[in-house]
Design a binder for this molecule. Structure first.
Ligand SMILES: [Zn+2]
Length: 662
């Protein structure tokens, strides 16, 4: 549920008035109104101000800020400050500082120096949230509660003795008996059978590879401990202020490896996502679209909130490339295209000091006589023109499986090749689909797939028997399934599905593989049709599937490289090597056609996404290229108000949003 008081597309960002004197705070309000700001996030890093000494609280300064915003009609997303405990806390409770896998206790002076299992931390956070919630419950300016900031980024795992004891509790709840744990972890390998819960260690660094099932469970445990920290605060806010939704901002859905967001989704009233681009990637708008699609997936297909992105450069990458003129506008409108009902930034006013002083902001160090400020004001006008888009939904018939446990397990020690990368494979398949103008939903492996015509499972290494059955059932009942190599290999305990590869997906794919043939670094192999493969090759044997493309050289010359298997009423495709984007697009042309999905014939620099409302739909045309593109439409361009009855020409770098009749 989005905050009911929000109307239109919310606009604004993180606001840190505590860094500025009162005359600057007053000037901020006038400038926010000039830019069209409607919503700001306050309080994220203010624990030391709210509670300057243990049990001593001061909210007068926050009253003034919230009242000033409210008087100007600006709504507040009020954050709990639990991401940054004050210095007195870490001094009084040093055991709440986290310990790394190599046994080093981290210090105070950054943020997130927190053991998520620490009872001292959870108690202190809860005590503060009790007072914060009681004071601002029902405040007319506060439309949303924002717990913490970016769980899991960067601090997530903790290997201290408190965490070790909490891990034992978690394991007892998961397995019940040591016998069940020993079986699940395969402890008969290397003679690791446990005879007492207390003997189990957190998987700290060992002389060589640590039991992969132990590490996989520790990743699940860490996710659950972070989620428990969120619930600890959320439950207080729900009790004190039941009418106001609670969220937390994810650390970039596609980058947040520590958190399995399918387990978080039911715990949030509204999904909020932060997105920071890989600045050096020239086509990073594709990565943006992927993050936004995943945020929408976690939101169950409904609208979500873009809680943070940047007007220009960030401050924490190796080379913090600034955005080009117009890029911030395209980025912002792309998030809206993919389902966001807000455009929010870190942050409102650029800081003069501290770790993030080189991070861009809506109001840069250069002030209002700046290109960024003029773009910020223009974007405010654009978003007012898009108010009616809020609440409309993106719909598609193509889904891509996203599995955090597959990501965790695939990248543990001693896999068949160091070149296996979950994210690179997902990026590859997403990019090929994006360039074919296919909007995708991301879904969990066990999700209901009945609304889709095509489901893609790339590097879905870890599949339980039930999840594999879900994919097979999808194909059997008429769906088209596209699977990449190293999928369906292991079960939920990282134990291999017996009988050879690809494990749980052999039957639906109609193939068998007896051995993996990873390639040497940089090696490429030839396939029929002029295609190339890299990273991986397999001696694929058909067990019902037809060869589609064949290896011409390499260790598996003569074997099928890509196969197609008619299965039940549907089709299952298998790709046994890593194709190029171009090769994958050629394959997708056939796969999509078979699934009855048409591809519009536009340049692959143009992004087309549709949001649907009951009476109409909104076609976003975002031209990331330099050449103008003409798109047939019949409707009104909401960004300039003109009616287009046949077509619209969108200049290079420009965006149009056309309201079309349903
Ligand atoms: Zn700990």
């Amino acid at each position: 549920m989005l905050p009911p008081q929000l109307s239109g597309i919310a606009y604004g960002g993180d606001y840190s008035p505590e860094q500025w004197p009162v005359e600057v705070q007053e000037a901020d309000i006038a400038l926010m109104l000039e830019a069209g700001v409607t919503l700001v996030t306050v309080g994220i890093h203010t624990w030391a101000l709210m509670e300057p000494a243990e049990g001593t609280y001061d909210f007068d300064w926050l009253d003034e800020i919230i009242d000033r915003l409210h008087a100007a009609g600006i709504q507040v997303d009020l954050a709990t400050p639990s991401v940054a405990p004050p210095a007195w806390f870490s001094y009084a409770y040093p055991s709440a500082l986290p310990v790394t896998r190599s046994g080093q206790r981290l210090g105070y002076g950054a943020r997130q120096s927190i053991c998520p299992s620490s009872p001292d931390y959870r108690r202190a956070a809860a005590a503060l949230v009790e007072r914060l919630g009681a004071r601002y419950a029902g405040h007319p300016a506060v439309v949303l509660w924002h717990v913490y900031n970016e769980y899991g980024a960067p601090q997530s795992e903790c290997y201290c003795d408190t965490s070790r004891a909490a891990f034992h509790t978690w394991l007892r709840a998961r397995y019940g008996t040591l016998g069940a744990l020993n079986q699940a972890w395969g402890t008969s390998f290397w003679g690791q059978q446990y005879g007492a819960w207390e003997h189990i260690d957190v998987p700290r660094e060992g002389p060589t590879a640590v039991n992969p099932a132990q590490r996989l469970d520790f990743a699940r445990f860490t996710n659950d401990e972070l989620l428990a920290c969120y619930r600890n605060e959320r439950d207080i806010l729900h009790r004190l202020d039941p009418g106001t939704p609670v969220t937390t901002n994810f650390a970039g859905t596609i980058n947040g490896k520590a958190t399995d967001l399918w387990t978080w989704a039911p715990e949030l009233d509204v999904v909020a996502n932060d997105n920071y681009l890989t600045a050096e990637r020239a086509d990073n708008h594709i990565e943006l679209a992927m993050s936004a699609d995943l945020a929408r997936g976690v939101a169950g297909g409904g609208p979500w909130l873009l809680m943070e992105h940047s007007t220009g450069a960030v401050n924490w990458q190796p080379r913090n490339i600034a955005k080009l003129p117009g890029q911030m506008r395209r980025n912002s409108l792309a998030h809206v295209a993919h389902g966001s009902d807000s455009v929010l930034f870190f942050q409102w006013r650029a800081s003069l000091f501290g770790a993030e002083k080189f991070h861009s902001a809506m109001l840069p160090h250069a002030g209002t006589d700046s290109a960024i400020w003029r773009e910020v004001v223009r974007l405010g006008t654009d978003l007012r023109g898009l108010a009616e888009v809020a609440g409309s939904l993106v719909r598609t018939r193509v889904a891509v499986i996203w599995s955090w446990p597959s990501w965790w397990a695939l990248e543990l020690d001693w896999r068949p090749s160091a070149d296996l990368s979950y994210r690179r494979q997902l990026d590859l398949y997403y990019e090929a689909l994006w360039r074919e103008h296919v909007t995708v939903d991301f879904v969990a492996p066990g999700a209901d797939l009945s609304q889709y015509s095509l489901v893609v499972a790339a590097h879905t290494y870890l599949l339980s028997a039930e999840e594999a059955g879900n994919l097979a059932e999808f194909a059997a009942s008429g769906g088209h399934l596209l699977v990449s190599y190293f999928s369906g290999i292991a079960d939920e305990h990282d134990a291999l599905h017996p009988g050879g590869y690809p494990g749980a997906l052999r039957e639906v794919l109609g193939i068998g593989v007896e051995e993996f043939h990873p390639l040497r670094a940089g090696e490429t192999i030839m396939l029929t049709g002029g295609h190339t493969g890299q990273v991986w090759s397999e001696p694929v044997r058909s067990a019902g599937a037809e060869p589609y493309w064949t290896y011409l050289d390499g260790p598996d010359a003569g074997h099928p490289a890509v196969t197609r298997h008619a299965y039940g009423d549907g089709v299952a495709w298998y790709v046994s090597t890593e194709l190029t984007v171009a090769g994958l697009r050629e394959l997708l042309a056939d796969v999509l056609a078979g699934a009855g999905i048409t591809r519009p014939g536009f340049p692959d620099t143009v992004e087309l996404v549709r949001r649907h409302a009951p009476e109409c739909s909104y076609l976003f045309i975002i031209n990331h290229g330099e050449e103008a593109v003409t798109v047939p439409v019949d409707g009104v361009d909401l960004l300039d108000g003109t009616r287009r009855e046949k077509e619209i020409k969108v200049a290079g770098g420009a965006t149009a949003v056309v309201r079309e009749p349903a």
